[in-house]
Design a protein around this ligand. Structure first.
Ligand code: GLU
Length: 499
């Protein structure tokens, strides 16, 4: 049987470097064994999944240079490759489990479940107690006929252990009592991740599942589902998670995590993959700079180390520098710079902002150069003003970051509305409220129109500049953040109409 691996991102946010990291290792493993690498979009969470996030993931992964043999954009014999288009398949499989007695319908309301949770305080097993498993067929029928909303849950043993064979860790025993009666089908008839993931990995003939170690605790449920269906499970390989330099799990609150951020900063895709390849892996000859093809050639799971790999921007930029100096000819350098940002498509949105402000082209660089820059150094004393003192600027920056994080599409209208909202919440005139953001985003007091600049910079660079400015004034403590959140939640927001 030929090797088939996959990357299965959920389109719920910015394309994460962790996705490229997992894609790279899945790709290398498949290609080393002459197999196929697939891309599947796991958009079963209808509330959080967006088409724009999916488009961004595809674009970002394509930019890295990785390719997939099957996927929503390239097609293939096991499609559709987008889970939202496969609902009927999951429903059929849930029905199968109901019929074979491996799953049951649960009619409990949220109130019942909340009360249950409260009553479990202090007990070791927390979670649903499986009460609906004992309903008689007649009772189930009655509830169904009355149209009572319900979910489908899987049955899980209440004693003993499940042994997960992990390709990197060997056998791991996990207690069944720690595994809940997982919901497989929600009351809207759509599947949860667990059902959809197992059904698709089987139907798409995935032989090896390489994914982040945060999924290890889900493995017992998945293995049990394979057993219930009578299917051979794939080999499981849980990769160590990327970490911030302080060893905590890589998060955008501490480090930019979006692939698009690194693209905009001018990291070469080869260097990004090279650096991600160095996470958890070393070349047999210890060489630091290598291409994906070389990694494929040398790939061997026994060279993966489980120690938490640190994603350190300084090291990535250093490596990128060596790629630029040693791998690019001058002509390639010129081409790459224009592919990056010095091209017509990228410059066009900047033109309307600068055209009326210059007499000769030489004035362009000082006026708009910051739009192309990374994270400008700023003079913290420029951030506060008579109207908005430093302590308030910190709180405003923090609140703006919360709002930006929550944006679904990051359009100019959405950004503008968010700032109007903050202006109402803080009771500070919009002009005064925006002033420190001009400084944060440009390093200067006078700058181009903020909302336009926010679009040209993109969400990641814009938010990173604000975060950097906030840190210049002093990063907020946990206690401050808690207090600010409570304060902000209690504030009035602006009317949705624009003045
Ligand atoms: N959709 C899951 C994620 O976003 C996939 C996990 C897996 O690879 O099984 O990480």
């Amino acid at each position: 049987m030929s090797v088939r691996t996959r990357i299965a991102p959920s389109p719920t946010g910015d394309p994460h470097v962790g996705t490229a990291y997992m894609a790279l290792f899945n790709y290398c493993f498949a290609k080393k064994h002459g197999g196929d690498f697939l891309l599947r979009i796991e958009d079963t969470d209808q509330v959080r999944s967006t088409a724009s996030a999916e488009a961004a993931i595809l674009k970002a992964l394509r930019w890295t240079g990785l390719t997939w043999d099957e996927g929503p954009d390239v097609g293939g014999p096991h499609g559709p490759y987008r889970q939202s288009e496969r609902s009927a398949i999951y429903r059929e499989h849930a029905d199968q489990l109901l019929e074979s007695g491996h799953a049951f319908r649960c009619f409990c309301t949220n109130e019942t479940l909340d009360a249950l949770r409260l009553s479990q305080k202090g007990q070791s097993y927390l979670g649903y107690d499986g009460r609906c498993m004992h309903l008689s067929p007649v009772e189930v029928r009655k509830q169904m006929d009355a149209g009572v909303p319900h979910v489908v849950r899987m049955k899980v043993p209440r004693e003993g252990t499940c042994t997960v064979q992990d390709m990197l860790r060997g056998p791991i025993a996990l207690d069944w009592t720690q595994v809940d009666f997982q919901v497989l089908l929600k009351s809207d008839g759509l599947p949860t991740y667990h059902l959809a993931n197992v059904v698709d990995d089987h139907l798409m003939e995935i032989t090896h599942v390489m994914r982040g170690e945060e999924w290890l605790t889900s493995a017992p449920k998945h293995l049990l589902l394979y057993q219930y269906f009578g299917w051979q499970p794939p080999q499981l390989c849980h990769m160590p998670l990327l970490r911030n330099p302080d060893k905590s799990k890589l998060s955008k609150r501490k480090n930019p995590t979006s692939i698009l951020f690194y693209q905009r900063m001018g990291v070469l895709p080869e260097a990004l993959l090279n650096y991600l390849g160095q996470m958890a892996w070393t070349m047999p000859d210890g060489r630091e700079r290598f291409r994906v093809e070389e990694m494929v050639e040398a790939f061997d799971l026994s060279r993966i180390s489980l120690g938490g790999p640190v994603f350190d921007i300084t090291k990535l930029y250093w490596l990128n520098g060596t790629w630029i100096r040693e791998e690019l000819t001058d002509a390639q350098f010129a081409d790459r710079v224009s592919e990056w940002a010095l091209n017509r498509d990228h410059l066009m949105p900047i033109i309307p902002l600068v055209k009326g402000r210059v007499q000769v082209f030489t004035e362009l660089a000082p006026l708009a150069g910051y739009v192309l820059a990374g994270i400008p150094d700023i003079d913290a004393s420029l951030l506060p003003s008579k109207k908005v003192e430093a302590a308030v600027v910190r709180k405003v920056f923090w609140a703006a970051l919360q709002r930006i994080d929550k944006m679904r599409d990051y359009t100019k209208e959405e950004v503008e509305a968010a700032f109007r909202d903050l202006s109402a919440a803080f009771d500070i005139k919009l002009r005064d409220l925006l002033r420190p953001f001009y400084v944060a985003s440009s390093g200067r007091e006078a700058a181009l129109p903020l909302f336009d600049v926010a679009m040209i910079l993109g969400k990641d660079i814009f938010r990173t500049r604000i975060r950097f400015a906030l840190e210049k004034l002093g990063a907020p403590t946990e206690a401050e953040q808690k207090e600010w959140k409570a304060w902000l939640d209690a504030r009035p927001t602006a009317a949705p109409t624009v003045e």
